[in-house]
Write a new protein. Sequence first.
Length: 292
Amino acid sequence: MSSTRTLISPAQLARPRGRFLYWVVFALVVGLFTLVFLGPLYWMVSGGLKTTQEVVQSPPTLVPRTVHPENYSRAWDVMDLSRLLFNTLYYALGALAFQLVLDVAAAYSLSRLRPVFGRAILAMMMVTLMIPATVLVVPQYLTVLDVPIVERNLLNSPWVIWLPSVTNAFNIFLLKRFFDSIPRELLDAASIDGASRMRTLWSVVLPISRPILGVVSIFAVVGVWKDFLWPMLTLPDPAKQTLNVGIYSLANGVPENVLIAALAIASVPTLLIFLVFQRNIMSGLTAGGLKG
């Protein structure tokens, strides 16, 4: 009977010295990773509470000498964050709706309908993951500038954010992998009961696909929320800009502490999404089969 090998054997861990060294190393590693990941967040939040002089001084202060929470309310008003948040939420929810409808349809078709050249189509989708996003900016921009066939300019419209977000090969791959793990017997039973392909998808597949649908939803919302380059190029109208682009456009003439406070506010939604749905993210990504 084989036992799992670890860096420290159970015998060494049972000794006082081994246990002490183990917890010391563990505390140092956890502290280092906490500092690396949470340090910038603390620096941003604390910077929004400082005065302008304290923010720009050298060497910087670790703790604000005087706390100024009014910087955050000032950033909310000066940067017009309510409008920018509404715009970003509108674009994110629209992208989410299109991805759930079209990406689920594409993944289900590739997984269960077995179209001709389905494997080749999936392979070409996966190849696009190896192409840097910045390489596709110019052809995408020329496309939305004059959309073929319909010959429409999509700049300054929500469609310029929604349509490119649908072409997400990673989400389609995640959905297809989950659909592949669904037992064939479930689908055959629905077919015997007279359910059509669409009815099977709606009544059988989607209800048991909630974990992976949750992951795709989170990725869709966060992807739009954190994007900067594409909205900056395609939404030049200040009234229609996203949160990141709007803060960047209004940064000139704004004190550094107010700007840092605005950046801290802009980071809150994505942090909350991760903290609230982190279990869903991990369970959805590791979902590869069904227990029955």
